[in-house]
Design a protein around this ligand. Structure first.
Ligand code: NAD
Length: 290
């Protein structure tokens, strides 16, 4: 039998309906949720990600602003802009689009945006709740991990008590995701480039999440058909001019139980989770004002 394809479309549509309602409720109280994306330079990949964020943001009725600065902007000037946005009561969510220019890379970027406007979920105060054991998806959590969990929950994939293997230990995906799975009572193995015999782990997993960045690395030799593994492919790689994941999807169809597609899986889940964070942040700031 062929694997189920865990496409993001129905989850995104359902989430958008909820977010539209919450956005309207905020507007009825005189507040239009508004996010600003700070972009340094003209990275084409960044501009493409930003377009996706703008689209969903405006679809739910929120306001989107792109603040674009020249790549040679000084540290002082850059910090001045972030400070202005942090203090602006009409801005509820702020993103610093990565990568930034080399002269800004020594800054503690995750902590520059105040925690209550940190819709990327990177501020140390926001990640702390994750490390303390929270599994509350209503908090300002990093968007890709949040999107992965929402996708699994929508398709009723059990998490509690399951053996989960996360491949990749980045700060934006692998590490926070492994924490979130732990908080949801999964037994997690966090693997990476120095893991000896990755297959030994993936073959014994109920859920495998790949966040590696190598096209088609995981093929059928990484899985045991009897395990009925669910595979979530976070990877976004270019191969033969096309966007592909870390998994060789066609070769996995008869080996795994279910798999998320690339494109159309974790990518859209990440964007909608970001807009959800914007609504969460705005609701939180409104409570703070009262
Ligand atoms: P990264 O690029 O910072 O690091 C890659 C990780 O993969 C490292 O932890 C490394 O140890 C591990 N790795 C490398 N080679 C490996 C191997 N042979 N075996 C096992 N592990 C190996 O990670 P990232 O920023 O999390 O990005 C990973 C991928 O996910 C990229 O393709 C990126 O584009 C994609 N991504 C997608 C989304 C989305 O919204 N869909 C979001 C973030 C990242």
């Amino acid at each position: 039998m062929n694997a189920r394809i865990l496409t993001a479309t129905p989850v995104v549509e359902k989430t958008k309906i909820d977010l539209k309602e919450r956005c309207l409720a905020l507007k009825n109280r005189g507040i239009t949720p508004a996010m600003s994306v700070v972009l340094v330079g003209h990275n084409p990949a960044s501009l493409s990600y930003i377009r996706n964020k703008k689209k969903i943001c405006e679809e739910v009725g929120a306001k989107f602003t792109l603040e674009q600065y020249p790549s040679e902007i000084s540290e002082k000037e850059f910090l001045g802009h972030i400070d202005r946005l942090n203090k602006d009561p009409g801005t509820h969510g702020i993103i610093i689009q990565l990568p930034v220019s080399p002269q800004l890379r020594n800054l503690n970027l995750p902590d520059l945006v105040v925690p209550e406007k940190d819709i990327d979920g990177f501020h140390s105060q926001n990640t702390q709740s994750l490390y303390e054991g929270s599994a509350d998806l209503k908090l300002l959590l990093p968007c890709t991990p949040k999107g992965v969990i929402k996708l699994l929950q929508f398709y009723n994939v059990p998490i509690s008590g399951q053996n989960v293997v996360v491949v990749g230990r980045s700060l934006i995906v692998g590490k926070p995701l492994s924490m979130l799975f732990t908080n949801l009572n999964a037994t997690v193995t966090l693997t990476h480039s120095k893991t000896r015999d990755l297959r030994e782990f993936t073959k014994n997993a109920d859920i495998v999440v790949s966040a590696i960045g190598i096209a088609h690395l995981l093929d059928e030799t990484y899985f045991d058909k009897k395990r009925k593994t669910v595979v979530i492919d976070v990877g976004m790689n270019t191969f033969d001019g096309k966007l592909v994941g870390d998994c060789s999807r066609e070769r996995l169809l008869s080996t795994v139980e279910a798999i998320s597609p690339v494109p159309g899986g974790v990518g859209p889940m990440t964007v909608v989770s970001l807009i959800e964070n914007l609504i969460v942040a705005t609701e939180g700031q409104l409570k703070g004002i009262k």
